[in-house]
Design a protein. Structure first.
Length: 291
């Protein structure tokens, strides 16, 4: 009787231990089925390496994400792209330095609260629900409202600039606080108002620069950024007017000045000119009135 010439199948090895999470697949590799799909972790003769690879990829696979070695556009990549774009906007004067710093902090937050090598396209609605829950522990309604807005801008940037194939799905758990919540939060705070007598005391004790700032605030309703960016060409001191478009919208804004405000601006310019040693009168015209 002739001998069989058929190829013998290799004998599957036993698991190295009872709690070894992988099984020997017929292809000669250690494998595990996760979420209905088989994944392989190396040859039978390297069970330790296979176990190490499983432990490295376990969290991603169980969450339905690509394992760590197959990364595409990551959160760190997104943060770098967004900040480069925002820096360009800042340099062109399209956004303020404060706005840029806000986005910088938001990007740092996103990188620090998840793996920086996490792929943006792998993010799920549950990830954003967890993020909102964590943010709400350290932020009030207004701060949370603003932070969620910036985070959405950051991730929308990824899709709008073709870094990911489809928009991020934030889910129902990543919404801004309702307007009613914001109103109630504001109502709980004490009014931030100064009485006329308090303002007079501040003006009386302020130096030249600060007096100018205070008067611009109460005369024209200018805020900190407005005063910091106001330049002399915006001011017609002889006629007693400021022509100063709103920085964000570009909408024209004409403000009639009180005589006290006109004098305060003149005094501020004189003070700045003295500090600059009167190098050139035109130089003062290019400087903000207050710094």
């Amino acid at each position: 009787m002739g001998n069989s010439t058929g190829t013998l199948k290799p004998v599957k090895p036993n698991k190295p231990s009872k709690d070894f999470p992988l099984f020997p697949h017929a292809t000669g590799r250690w494998a595990k089925k996760v979420r209905g799909k088989l994944h392989y972790f190396g040859p039978w003769d390297s069970p330790d390496d296979a176990l190490e690879l499983w432990l490295l990829q376990k969290d991603d696979l169980l969450a339905g994400r690509k394992p760590g070695g197959c990364r595409g556009f990551t959160i760190r990549d997104l943060a770098n792209h967004v900040l480069t774009f925002k820096q360009h906007q800042r340099d062109l004067g399209e956004i303020t330095a404060r706005t840029f710093n806000d986005y910088k902090r938001t990007c740092e937050l996103l990188v620090s609260t998840s793996s920086r090598n996490r792929e943006v396209a792998d993010l799920q609605a549950d990830d954003f629900t967890v993020l909102r829950t964590e943010l709400s522990k350290s932020r009030g309604p207004t701060s949370l409202h603003n932070e969620i807005g910036r985070i959405r801008v950051v991730f929308n940037f990824a899709y709008q600039n073709h870094h990911i194939p489809e928009p991020i799905r934030y889910g129902a758990g990543f919404k801004r606080p309702r307007k009613r919540t914001l109103r109630l939060a504001r109502a709980e705070q004490s009014p931030k108002l100064f009485e006329a007598g308090e303002i007079r005391k501040m003006i009386g004790s302020a130096d030249t620069q600060l007096k100018c700032m205070i008067l611009l605030g109460i005369n024209g309703g200018l805020g900190n950024a407005d005063v910091g960016n106001l330049e002399l060409p915006h001011c017609d001191l002889n006629a007693g007017w400021i022509n100063y478009p709103r920085p964000k919208s570009g909408i024209d804004r004409r403000i009639p000045l009180w005589p006290e405000t006109v004098q305060a601006i003149r005094d501020s310019v004189e003070c700045r000119t003295s500090l600059k040693a009167r190098e050139d009168a035109d130089v003062v015209n290019d400087l903000p009135l207050a710094q």
